[in-house]
Design a binder for this molecule. Sequence first.
Ligand code: FAD
Length: 344
Amino acid sequence: MSRVLIVGAGLTGSVCACLLRRELQNKVHIVVWDKARGAGGRMSTTRPPDSSSHAADLGAQYITATAAYAQSHHSFYSELLSSGVLQPLRGLIEGLKQNNDCTNYVTPLGMSSVVKHFLSQSGADLFYERHVTGLFRRGASWEVQRKAGESETFDAVVLTMPVPQILQLQGDLGPLLSVQQKQQLDAVAYSSRFAVALFFSPDVVFSFPWAARYVTDSSCIRYITVDSRKRNADDPGRGPSLVVHTSVPFGLEHLERDKEEVQPIILQELHKLLPSLPQPISVRCQKWRYSQVLTSVPDCPGSMTVLEQPLLVCGGDAFSHSNFDGCVESALSMLSVLKASLTP
Ligand code: FAD
């Protein structure tokens, strides 16, 4: 049985693990490592410090299926809808601009529930707080080094983290990249943003009619959502959560500052936009250095094979596009590479 390591418990890694289990059944032993404390990656859902408020999605907000993807990824959508992980978006999103052929979905339990769904189907051994630092070729295997703890060897390695984090890995990955592959990876670019979640007590009720709003008259804030309302998950026993995303220019301007320094600037701007906002019980700020892909790998191939034997393949939204369907495309591409490599 081949031992496959998937680095990253975000959407791409989780869908890849799930598809690999379904397609190769007992031929693979799948292991997933992530440096974070839980699953989700940029589809993360943050719990408040106490359970009196709703959770909040700090990264991805909702899933938009174009007519073409609704058809080609129909099995993924119907699986998530029938298991209750996805629901059609019902709340009002002010300022949303998209084509008429799109359908929007939300996740009542938060965006990380999509990732957790696929991980739960994968039968993979999941390990959090495992930060991969280097990859070393050892004959027919890869020795994978991590920040703390012993290295381990695997027959194949799948990397799904943002490209700059792939390029930081020590060992044999860099020297194995062709000149063209290196150029393509170096050219990948991401936007950066800050996200702030505000958690309120159960007696707080917002009077505005929207579930989310795109802001056009602020250089700092681009998007505000009453997260629980957006997710069709309002529970009157819990206080609402509000999530704010900054604009991309603001994210870029303050990228090298600590989030603790930037949070008060965002909150001050929020109070200008929503002057009657009550005091939250707690606030959480997140800096997304790698938010959404601005320049992907040319022609969006879904994946890039660095070495065929032992297999080392890279994927993630940089190899397709920054949304649910982009990650699914990448996972499908890596699946076909893995199948070709692992089945005689
Ligand atoms: P990631 O989610 O980044 O997963 C990579 C994982 O690798 C992470 O969990 C990370 O912890 C881990 N990792 C990194 N380095 C290491 C290492 N050295 N060792 C071990 N683990 C490591 N998409 C939508 O569809 N709809 C939206 O509304 C939407 N809005 C967005 C808003 C924001 C603010 C952001 C940030 C993203 C948004 N996106 C949206 C994009 C979407 O979130 C991403 O395209 C998607 O989550 C990428 O998934 P991934 O698995 O490719 O990468």
